[in-house]
Design a protein around this ligand. Structure first.
Ligand code: WQD
Length: 338
């Protein structure tokens, strides 16, 4: 079986990708330092997959740890690199933490890939590289605008590091720009585990629904959108996870390739639409209020995912309603079992 290293494999998107790799016949190996994930997720994964998963507690910023792993493991088919800090607000307060962690880990990986002749890299980038876009729908050709946060800037710089390394012949790469990942595995066994107060809409909302938080504040209702609330492209995490498998398969068929792909549904939904849909599919009434706009939020953005469809043969299959149902199943599981 082809061994695929999944850095950050205990995290939200990483853990779902481990499941899809196994489903597609790969052997995922998780590298994680559990700085923003919970070791119990590994047991959950093993239960879901009914098999053991190889896991190494490794910090990708520590080159020697990583080098030892590469030396001992051998025969690595590819790397899917998720391990990174991702809290936008925290990155504004502590930019060095973000630049150090997100960039050094990537550079260490690329150096070791080169030395060990591992060619395939799938990288976790973000729609945040588009900044405040000129158009609501963005294609991969839309300009990357100045990043709104140090976090966003680390993604932009990472993309450049990968492109330059591929030009130098060091690797082949698929750079995936995620839109807004939500939901959880339909089994209810894995999902998002935000530390502290969630920043993102869906984990906040599910905690309100579970009675852990009082009220959901909708940040602004006077944007220039049909109902006044912001519009985003919410993608089910299982669909997103599958995009990584397709990207890997594309790299296998196209040695030396390096390209960037939007991974979204191609549909925009407003915050109000999402909240109403959550209430409807789960038959729950949410305590909510309208608040101030959140600084830095763009009013509307969603993906043109045509390129991923054409080249990666990937398309989102699940709906926002599916994701909101699965997110609630996971929240309920957490409440009863965690
Ligand atoms: C979604 C909408 C909020 C919380 C983030 C990152 C971005 C990318 C995707 C990784 C917005 C509104 C939110 C709340 C609300 N991630 N909202 N009340 O900001 O679109 O994107 O995830 O790279 O870089 O910034 O996601 O879930 O925080 O917000 O009204 O309590 O929900 O204003 O319109 P965002 P989000």
């Amino acid at each position: 079986m082809k061994k695929v290293i999944v850095t950050g494999g205990a995290g939200f998107i990483g853990s779902h990708t481990v499941v899809e790799l196994v489903n597609a016949g790969y052997e995922p190996i998780i590298l994680d330092n559990f700085s923003n994930s919970d070791e119990r997720i590994i047991k959950q994964l093993e239960q879901l997959l009914d098999q053991e998963i190889e896991v190494h507690n490794i910090d990708c910023t520590k080159e020697q740890q990583l080098a030892r792993f590469f030396l001992l493991e051998g025969n690595i088919h590819g790397i899917i690199h998720f391990a990174a800090h991702k809290a936008v607000g925290e990155s504004v307060k502590d930019p060095l933490k973000y630049y150090r962690n997100n960039l050094i880990s990537l550079m260490n990986l690329i150096k070791l890939m080169k030395e060990s002749e591992v060619k395939n890299l799938v990288f976790s980038s973000s729609c945040t590289v588009y900044g405040e876009p000129d158009t609501t729908v963005v294609t991969e050709k839309s300009p990357r605008k100045e990043a709104a946060s140090p976090y966003g800037n680390t993604k932009r710089i990472s993309e450049d590091i990968i492109i330059d390394s591929s030009i130098a012949g060091d690797l082949s790469a698929a750079v995936l720009r995620y839109f807004n990942p939500i939901g959880a595995h339909p089994s209810g066994l894995i999902g998002e585990l935000p530390l502290g107060v969630p920043n993102n809409l869906v984990p906040y909302l599910t905690q309100v629904a579970a009675g852990q938080r009082e009220c959901l504040t909708i940040f602004g209702d006077d944007y220039d959108t049909p109902d006044g609330t912001c519009i985003r492209d919410y993608i089910h995490v299982v669909d997103l996870a599958k995009a990584h498998v397709n990207a890997l398969q594309w790299l296998e068929k196209n040695p030396g390739a390096c390209d960037t792909f939007n991974i979204g549904t191609g549909n925009g939904h407003s915050v109000l639409e999402l909240v109403n849909s959550f209430e409807k599919v789960n038959d729950i009434s949410l305590n909510r209020t309208i608040g101030e706009k959140r600084p830095g939020d763009v009013s509307a953005i969603y993906a043109d995912s045509e390129k991923a469809e054409q080249i990666l043969n990937w398309q989102a299959e699940l709906s926002m309603a599916d994701a909101l149902k699965d997110a609630w199943t996971w929240q309920t599981y957490l409440k009863n079992n965690w």
